[in-house]
Design a protein around this ligand. Structure first.
Ligand code: BES
Ligand code: MN
Ligand code: ZN
Length: 534
């Protein structure tokens, strides 16, 4: 059961919670609010502890005070907030740290006190508590099962502030957004024998059904009829056949001014196929559906936040890449939904093939913007490390909006350039395109391949190969599947929902996805990476 969060106007030291988490701004210690209050109740032990731990309120410092029954919470966790203005991302992180600490301390309940003066703090705190309290224990038995569940979370209003309906509603939305991201994590952490394309598609359909979203699942027959030959090629070596799922959120009144399409790579397992991967670490490829999991989570989150004015489509391409007598091979040539023919070079570069067909489908909806996310290349992890995503865009106005969404969400993503010189590497002697170029710039050439299938649609591609899974908990993320990306995409939806029509980018006429669309926008040679990775 997920932790249940409530908003309360209780004091940090009076709240009926095992752990009480309070942020402390730099310099506020030792005289400021919480420290003074704690000292009044517990005596000089507080200042001695803070001194011993060298706690001054610097960002990311923590100090743990055991209260020995002198106040209701058994422990108080002080977390340094630094001296810069706080953002909702800071509040989310504060709550996540608190919940993670409470989980480690086998606490039953946790409270986080809202720092004053941050708009939207209630929702962010609830999100953080849910995200920090996450763990995946589904396959444990006996001793491995956790003995204590973190059941209750409290978001405490700053001193003097009241609990009102808006605040309560914000906490409720935060809880739902947090749970949506945790659902992405669950899907990523599920083993590949349990979660195969049909199961992932069913999970998406269930999410939609429970939340009143429209959902269509295309099975292998439907994919054949549609002409999605590339996703079928990738999946043909597996007995678990591919699926494409199209989920739709329509705002109240049904008259959307904007249309967004989100696309996710859903490889429920990637062995590499005939170009099989080395055994060490191959088990991690159960998470090669992280992009699809994010899109499902985003749709669940959008159903909770109900943004106005914007229609949101989520489309996932689900397949399993296996070596087999019927598997696709290097040298094969396939058509695609777009019409272009593709020569297969390396069967381990399967993600871009799946995405090519799904992007061509998404483009036919004529969206104002199309955003794909995928655990696409090891090269992106080499470039940016395991905690930072690389993103690409063919439009500067959309790139500006995306950059803003990244910053507001507080996720670590870095803009990468679509280097035109590398496009030559995708020329094939035998087909319109080959799907891989040589080794250098592997994340960029993957993006250039995808660009061939989006036509004139304003587009962002996010390579989440690094941060989609983590080998330890950090930031608001858990070990294993993280759901990295969902918060950013949700912010982007808000950008489009809030923008008056005149200010939004005016899309050019987009032709339906049958051939054509070969004209490319002017060169977009980066040199101006965007958001600060944190
Ligand atoms: N799913 C992998 C990429 C990946 C690697 C994701 C590590 C997460 C962690 C993708 O399908 C793949 O195998 N890409 C190849 C492409 C190459 C064959 C051109 C890669 O990155 O090696
Ligand atoms: Mn692969
Ligand atoms: Zn893959």
């Amino acid at each position: 059961m997920p932790v249940k969060i409530t908003l309360a106007a209780t004091d940090s030291l009076a709240v009926a919670a095992d752990v009480s988490v309070v942020g402390v701004a730099l310099g506020a210690a030792p005289r400021g609010g919480i420290v003074a209050a704690l000292t009044r109740k517990l005596g000089q032990v507080v200042t001695r502890t803070l001194k011993r731990e060298d706690f001054t309120g610097k960002r990311d410092q923590v100090a743990h005070i055991v209260t020995n029954g002198k106040v209701r919470p058994q422990s108080v966790l002080l977390v340094g907030l630094g001296d810069q203005p706080l953002t909702v991302a800071d509040v989310r992180l504060l709550a996540a740290k608190g919940a993670r600490f409470a989980l480690g301390a086998r606490a039953n309940s946790v409270a986080v006190t809202l720092p004053a003066g941050v708009e939207g703090a209630e929702r962010a705190a609830a999100e953080g508590l849910v995200l920090g309290a996450y763990r995946f224990t589904r396959y444990f038995t006996g001793d491995r099962l956790p003995k204590v569940e973190l059941e209750r979370g409290f978001v405490l209003t700053p001193a003097g502030a009241r609990v009102d309906n808006d605040g309560r509603a914000a906490v409720d939305v935060g809880q739902k957004v947090g749970e949506a991201i945790c659902m992405a994590r669950d899907l990523i952490n599920e083993p590949p024998n349990e979660l195969y394309p049909e199961v992932l598609a069913r999970a998406a359909a269930t999410v939609c059904k429970e939340r009143g979203l429209k959902c269509t699942v295309f099975d292998e027959g439907a994919l054949e009829k549609k002409g999605m030959k590339l996703i079928l090629a990738v999946g043909q070596g597996s007995v678990r056949k591919p699926r494409v799922v199209h989920m739709t959120y329509t705002p109240e009144g049904g008259r959307a001014k904007r249309k967004l399409v989100f696309v996710g790579k859903g490889l429920t397992f990637d062995t590499g196929g005939i170009c099989i991967k080395p055994a060490p670490g191959m088990e991690e490829m159960k998470g090669d559906m992280g992009g699809a999991a994010n899109v499902i989570a985003l749709m669940a989150a959008v159903a909770a936040t109900r943004p106005p004015n914007v229609e949101v489509h989520g489309i996932i391409g689900c397949a399993e890449n296996m070596p087999d007598g019927n598997a696709y091979r290097p040298g094969d040539i396939f058509g695609s939904l777009d019409g272009k023919s593709v020569e297969i070079i390396n069967t381990d570069a399967e993600g871009r093939l799946v995405l090519a067909d799904v992007l061509a489908y998404g483009r036919s909806l004529q969206p104002d913007a199309m955003i794909d996310n995928a655990t696409l290349t090891g090269a992106c992890v080499v470039a940016l490390g395991p905690t930072v995503s690389g993103w690409y865009s063919n439009r500067e106005d959309l790139a500006e909006r995306f950059r803003r969404a990244v910053d507001l969400a507080g996720e670590a993503m870095w803009r990468m350039p679509l280097v035109e010189e590398l496009r030559d590497g995708l020329k094939s002697d035998w087909a319109d395109l080959k799907h891989t170029a040589d080794r250098w710039g592997g994340s960029i050439t993957a993006a250039l391949f995808l660009r061939e299938f989006v036509g004139d649609t304003p587009w962002v591609h996010v390579d989440i190969a690094g941060p989609s899974m983590a080998n330890r908990a950090y930031n608001v993320y858990a070990k294993g599947g993280t759901g990295h990306g969902v918060l950013t995409f949700l912010r982007l939806v808000d950008e489009f929902a809030g923008a008056p029509r005149e200010e939004a980018p005016v899309p050019e006429v987009v032709k339906p996805a049958t051939g054509g669309g070969r004209e490319r926008p002017a060169a977009d040679l980066g040199g101006k990476p965007s958001s600060r990775p944190r």
